[in-house]
Design a protein around this ligand. Sequence first.
Ligand code: ADP
Length: 320
Amino acid sequence: TGSGLIVSFGEMLIDFVPTVSGVSLAEAPGFVKAPGGAPANVAIAVSRLGGKASFVGKLGDDEFGRMLAGILEKYGVDGRGINFDQGARTALAFVTLRNDGEREFMFYRNPSADMLLRPEELNVELIRSAKVFHYGSISLIVEPCRSAHLKAMQVARDAGALLSYDPNLRLPLWPSEEEAREQIMSIWDKADVIKVSDVELVFLTKNDKIDDASALSLWHPNLKLLLVTLGDHGCRYYTKNFHGAVEAFHVKTVDTTGAGDSFVGALLCKVVDDQSILEDEPRLRSVLKFANACGAITTTKKGAIPALPTEAEVVTLLKA
Ligand code: ADP
């Protein structure tokens, strides 16, 4: 695990999940709090693996915001990039997977504090010290956090950081599918490393086929690594000079939440001190095997954050 700083930019929120599985939101007898937000999960994933992580984003100055800041601190994520909004509340989501297989979402975002991060509030010094700058595009949806997002990317780029992007498509948040596609593609060519899930690949290419041709249709000339994660089918990787697949680990999956964030955190931990890995297929494959192991372990426990593994847990699975 590398020693360079990995800064993860974006939102942190609380998912309220029904205490019983398979019900609709209206039928839920109660809810449990599951802290998350992809960029925050990535920061914690890095820290759990022994890497150096900072989270940059805005929380409400309320009970939930303080709870989330406390969680980052507990996991050793540097909080110098956190701002608290004095007016707006921390983002909340109510999420359920009904028995009919449909996912139901309800968001408390009108707007929430994370959407109100202003460019001038960014801890520019902190972002400048990043060796890797990771982001997800929910914060692209509205101003002022859209401008903050674009500025943070520029600061990191100018300081020489590797830029890592995960679109984190959560469609209900966008006004329309077309807008989601446009906003995601508007920052596509800024990233050095992009990770999409199979669902995002289909959405972005408008093509149901998940194959090399569809993945390569998302290639841009400045890209160093494109990853497509495929759940229990592992992942595919694409670089300028080679591409291939790395299979998943067989585990007892109970909840896949956070697997992608765990995968990304693991990858970034391994490349932060040595970007030459991105050009060396055998070493990249071994890093992706490590990242697949992290993703797999994350699916064996409920929730995202509590399921993120330590390096020792990953090594155990790799030896098994
Ligand atoms: P996302 O959470 O972004 O949709 P995935 O679900 O594809 O991403 O998970 C990321 C990685 O985690 C996969 O590439 C795979 O290595 C691992 N993973 C996810 N689900 C499983 C599973 N059911 N069994 C084993 N590994 C898994």
